[in-house]
Design a protein around this ligand. Structure first.
Ligand SMILES: Nc1ncnc2c1ncn2[C@@H]1O[C@H](COP(=O)(O)OP(=O)(O)OP(=O)(O)O)[C@@H](O)[C@H]1O
Length: 263
């Protein structure tokens, strides 16, 4: 059974109403179907505005599709009772691009990471502190950081905190929405390494949303290319990147740096 199965989902948004175009809607996602298996990474690439984030938001339940269905662990995400939805949600996490706006600046790093734990588990303060310390270590930060505040960390460190929060409940799937895009290239590589290690250790699945084919080539097992709300091409083996055929995919490919600059 696949971990995530998306069947024919579509999402439209109202476009600014004008005298002539009254009631017009923008088709952000059009009839998209895809599957994602446990422990694998599906790269989702496409130019800006192609619908990648909207698709991610529907998977996370932040937006409701106009049409189609999303099954997570075999259950229809939009037909669950509140209790069941809460249970399922702990298996479904997200890391966004903007690490600073993803956290409450008034909370300490320890409290930021403990947030999901408090929602789902009843731990004593000592147990919670131990758990937060372990999570910080897991993402390559010293437990001493738990008393700091977001503004005291670099972008790369804070993105590690966001990752620690995302893995706190041992999820099955993390949506990585441009999660490394705003970091400098060196830090990007470190965070990608961390994500690859965590994927292996926890059998995590990722939906890796980006417009960076280079990063996708490193992280993903499979690839979907989006254009104007649709999946225009799927690649079942990321190693076959050169076999992308659609002109839009080829254009994305040609904008990449050489895969092996020294090779
Ligand atoms: N809440 C919204 N209201 C109206 N239009 C929206 C909304 N969210 C997204 N859109 C529009 O839907 C389309 C798809 O947007 P989306 O953010 O999913 O694309 P994307 O591929 O993630 O782009 P980017 O790479 O720039 O983040 C765009 O035209 C966008 O302007």
């Amino acid at each position: 059974m696949s971990l995530l199965e998306i069947k024919g989902i579509s999402k439209t948004y109202p476009i600014e109403t004008t005298l002539w175009g009254k009631g017009k809607r923008l088709e952000a996602v059009k009839n998209v179907s895809l599957t994602l298996h446990e422990g694998t990474c599906l790269g989702l690439v496409g130019e800006s505005g192609s619908g990648k984030s909207t698709l991610g938001k529907m998977i996370l339940g932040l937006e409701r599709p106009d049409q189609g269905e999303i099954f997570f662990q075999g259950k229809n995400l939009f037909q669950l009772a509140a209790k069941e939805q809460k249970e399922l949600r702990q298996n479904l996490q997200v890391v966004f691009q903007d690490c600073y706006s993803s956290v409450n600046p008034r909370l300490s790093i320890g409290n930021i990471i403990a947030e999901p734990i408090k929602n789902y588990e009843k731990l004593t303060p000592a147990e919670e502190k131990k758990r937060v310390g372990e999570l910080l270590e897991k993402v390559g930060l010293s437990p001493g950081n738990m008393d700091k505040y977001p503004h005291q960390l670099s972008g790369g460190q804070l993105q590690r905190v966001n990752i620690a929060r995302a893995i706190a409940l041992h999820p099955k799937l993390i949506v990585l929405d441009e999660a490394v895009s705003s970091l400098d290239v060196f830090v990007q590589a470190q965070i990608l390494d961390l994500l690859a290690d965590l994927k292996k250790e926890f059998q995590l699945a990722y939906l890796f949303i980006t417009h960076d084919l280079q990063a996708v080539h490193y992280m993903a097992d499979r690839l979907a290319v989006m254009y104007k709300g649709q999946i225009i091409e799927m690649l079942d083996d990321i190693k076959q990147l050169n076999q992308l055929e659609h002109p839009i995919s080829r254009k994305l490919l040609s904008s990449m740096l050489p895969l092996h600059p020294r090779g």
